[in-house]
Design a protein around this ligand. Sequence first.
Ligand SMILES: [Fe+2]
Length: 182
Amino acid sequence: MNEIKDILSKYKNIAMIGVSNDPTKASTIVMKYMQKYGYKVYPVNPKAKGQKILGEEVFEKITDIKDKIESHLWQDNLVVTNSWVNVQGEDSRLNFHNHPNSIMSGAIYLKVDDNSSELYFENPNSMYFNYGEPVSVMPVTGMCLMWPSWLKHGSGQSTNKSSERIVLSFNTFFKEGGNIWV
Ligand SMILES: [Fe+2]
C-alpha cells in the first residue's frame, strides 16, 4: 500500500488504459476521482479514439502519450524474467490465476477478434467484498496490458469463441541491484 501511496504522491500524470465512456464503469469512476484530486488523466482506448471522456481526449495507444506520462517509472528498474505465447482455440477458457514471485505481469495481444474472450481481473482478497466484483477488458490486436502480478486474471465470465486467440504474456521482477525509485 505504501508503494502505491508513494507513486500517487510522486506522479501526477496518469495514463488509464481501457477507460470507458460509460459513467457507471469502475474505470470511469476512478478517473473522475483522480481528476478531483488534481491528477491529469490521459484515457487510452482504441475503441473510443478521438472521443472525450470526462473532458479528456481519448488516445488510441499508449505510445501516443509517451511524452506526457512518467513512463520511466517502471522500465528502468524492471526486467522481463519469463515470457510465453498462449494459443487458444474455440470454446477455450483461462482459469483465474496470478503470478507469484513477479512484480508486474502483462500481455500483448497478437491475434484477437470480436469473438475472442475478454480478460477479467478479480481482487484475490475476499475481505474487500465491495471491491471483489471482477472487471474486464476486451482486447484488440496490438494491445499491451500490464497489471500487478498478485492480481488474479482469467476468462472469468467469458468463453473464447475465436478459432485462434494468440497472446504473448510476460512477467517482470526488479533488476538486480536496482531501486524501484531510481
Ligand atoms: Fe497470467
